[in-house]
Design a protein around this ligand. Sequence first.
Ligand code: CP
Ligand code: NVA
Length: 303
Amino acid sequence: MTRHFLALHDYGKAELDGLLVLANDLKGKQKQGVPHRLLDGKTVALIFEKSSTRTRVSFEVGVFQLGGHGLFMSSGTSQMGRGEPIRDTARVMARYCDGVMIRTFGQEIVDEFARHSSVPVINGLTDLFHPCQIMADLQTVIEQKGSYAGKRFAWVGDGNNMANTWIEAAAILGFDLALACPQGYEPDAGVLEWANAMAPGRITLTNDPEAAVKDADVLNTDVWASMGQEAEQKEREQAFRGYCLDDALVALARPDCIVMHCLPAHRGEEISDSVIEGKNSVVWDEAENRLHIQKAIMATLIK
Ligand code: CP
Ligand code: NVA
């Protein structure tokens, strides 16, 4: 059976840990110039129905470093944008390519794509999940803190795709996660229910950012309006007042805490300029690790 990477909940702790170890190994090889052509001669299609900087570049460069070819496709310039059914696109792509990464809107689109694909499909972000990003974030936490085990994670802001994926990670890997989200902007109820059943007591939800960040080791935030929610920007600016990860909030966390943001960031909204540029920020390492973890995911899935 073809294995896909659509959501963390399809994976167990040992498998996710294995990917993180491989990512670290591949990072070392790349830094030392040691060849690691694990996708020699393979082609991976990279389909984007939303904008991207990091995901596009890190996948394209990553496939190249593995000896393969990354093929960029946007919905606007392909028949997908003209309504060709997902299942038809999936079956055709699998006749040409050895793997597919797709960034799109509903999670049901990647699920449908994968159901009809005989080659591995990787979720490069949906409205519900961003699993490659959280894996890169975990690699960064391990580099900075030695391990994710026993660390306190905090999320401040929108209960969006990033928050949902952190919730899954906390439940599968077993760490404490406190989320502060404004009322009406909570994470996905189904994801929370699944995670609470799997790891009772690990995940807490509050409307108080100060309570969430208190004594945390890892602070995380993201934009108030995600891709596709641009029309809600003004209304969200009102709802998210007090949810800016600024120096005052960071001061409540552990002095050696790390601050993460998947980027792109809106300085002065969800994070202050002084925090993202400050001594606790690891956002550039976090962005770099997209490259390494995605290479590990592709090299593991694509045969
Ligand atoms: N963090 C992230 O996925 O960035 P892009 O939207 O630039 O790909
Ligand atoms: N939550 C953001 C993440 C961007 C990488 C979005 O979906 O737009």
